[in-house]
Design a protein around this ligand. Structure first.
Ligand code: MG
Length: 479
């Protein structure tokens, strides 16, 4: 009897130290689903005012949860924007932004540095099952694919769907979306399943993979990062959505994304996971307007993908977690980088303490206990700080066209342009002369921020021929 006691004690100790606390903590941990569209503009959902694109499922998600009016991606193009979302850090800190190439190419020898800590890695550390579905664009070499960055599973295209185009008579076929012009490889984990996948089926297949992942992990915490390939040009949708929208092909594509999001929310309800799952919907950057009606809309905002006016980086953002999130419209500021910090806090994971994290915890705003703690947003073009928003005011130190020949000229403003985004979200009326104090404050914030940025090795420029980096002319503008 006496000899049994230590053994019983030891067993009890094992039970409480391993099974006990872990299972209790795990029960409180929400699942996380981030649905990330590509190049979807601020004005492209019906709940953000689009008159001819119908997104009833996302509109319902907004009604049951929160719709944010001032939510930002951390960059205006794909690669840096995704690096920021997954690391909670401005891309300048990870070396994932450049003047040229602005995103990783099919030839880039690296990707997101392994020294970065991704949201997937942080959540995996506390027992989450993790999967990335869709567009990755953080490194094509096998050791830079999602499996090397904290994701247990991967299914998708490793970069943009216009990369690797083939068999077109003359030029870039972005406006001529025939499926066999493109050779985007569809990858499962680290293996190429289809060297030139049929992009018409991508949204449908991504959704099916998402549903399957959720079903397989319904009994344990999971993190699903569903980064859709669409509506990035070239646009494709499945047969069912052909002619679905009054907005034409672009609308068809967005409406198929809406349907996919709806299927995910339906499944979470069916599995009784809706009250323990945070679902976020947003986009990586603004609409690609050089493609005219094949690109999206930034609504009332000025600018587009590739630029630092609001339309390039302000995105639709919906948060859904019935019973936990306070439904409504949130007018505070938020950023995709905040998803990193917020999810780490909510999931009981560890926030990296050895590096600068730019994300803040949005919980007060999500739960209705306070305002969003974010009051400042930095707008970079490549490695250069172009603009800063603080409170309702935004100062542009530099402006520049997003694409085309005119983009080779940048304008440096003296004094910087100042817009009151509260009164003038379209950035039409320069109020610098009326608010020298505001401008001085933003200039101080910008200077302090720049002092805090530690130079790192650039990943995008690696292997890129320096002669292909265009010379940009800076013109001084006195106001
Ligand atoms: Mg994009």
């Amino acid at each position: 009897m006496i000899s049994l006691l230590p053994r019983t004690f030891a067993l009890l100790l094992v039970f409480f130290s391993v099974l006990g606390p872990k299972s209790v903590a795990a029960a409180d941990r929400p699942n996380v689903v981030i649905i990330y569209a590509d190049d979807l503009g601020y004005g492209d959902l019906s709940c953000y005012g689009h008159p001819t694109i119908a997104t009833p499922r996302l509109d319902r998600m907004a009604q049951e949860g929160q719709r944010w009016t001032d939510f930002y991606s951390a960059a205006s193009v794909c690669t840096p924007s995704r690096a920021a979302l997954l690391t909670g850090r401005l891309p300048i800190r990870s070396g994932m932004c450049a003047e040229e190439p602005r995103v990783l190419t099919t030839q880039s020898p690296t990707g997101l540095p392994h020294s970065e800590i991704t949201l997937a890695e942080a959540l995996k550390d506390v027992g989450y099952a993790t999967m990335c579905i869709g567009k990755w664009h953080l490194g094509r070499p096998v050791d830079y694919l999602p499996r090397s960055q904290g994701f247990d599973e991967y299914f998708g295209l490793p970069y943009s769907n216009d990369m690797g185009w083939i068999r077109h008579p003359e030029k870039y076929p972005g406006l001529d979306p025939k499926a066999d012009y493109y050779a985007g490889p569809l990858i499962r984990d680290v293996t190429v399943l289809e060297p030139a996948t049929d992009q018409r089926l991508l949204t449908k297949r991504y959704t099916a993979e998402a549903l399957d992942f959720i079903r397989r992990h319904k009994d344990r915490p999971f993190f699903l990062y569903l980064a859709h390939t669409m509506p990035h040009v070239p646009l494709f949708r499945s047969e069912k959505f052909a002619g679905h929208s009054r907005r034409g092909l672009y609308g068809d594509v967005v409406e198929e994304l809406d349907d996919g999001a709806g299927q995910i929310l339906d499944l979470l309800r069916e599995l009784h996971l809706d009250r323990k799952t945070l679902v976020v919907f947003s986009s990586d950057n603004g609409p690609w307007m050089i493609f005219h009606e094949k690109g999206g809309s930034a609504g009332l905002l000025c600018g587009e993908k590739g630029g630092t006016f609001e339309g390039g980086m302000r995105e639709p953002a919906l948060f859904w977690w019935p019973g936990t999130i306070k439904p409504g419209v949130v007018r505070g500021m938020g950023s995709t980088m905040d998803l990193f910090t917020t999810c780490i806090k909510l999931c009981g994971a560890k926030l990296p303490a050895d590096r600068q994290i730019d994300g803040v915890d949005l919980s007060p705003a999500l739960f209705g206990t306070g305002d969003s703690p974010r009051d400042t947003m930095f707008y970079y073009r490549g490695k250069k700080l172009y603009a800063v928003r603080h409170g309702r005011y935004k100062a542009h130190f530099f402006t520049r066209q997003a694409y085309g020949k005119k983009a080779l000229t940048e304008y440096e403003h003296h004094p910087p342009l100042l817009f009151d985004l509260g009164a003038d979200p379209a950035e039409k009326f320069n109020v610098a002369a009326q608010h020298p104090d505001v401008l001085a404050k933003i200039e101080t914030i910008a200077a302090e921020h720049k002092r805090g940025v530690i130079p790192v090795e650039n990943q995008l420029e690696k292997g890129f021929p320096p002669e292909r980096i265009p010379k940009v002319k800076t013109i001084q503008v006195e106001h």
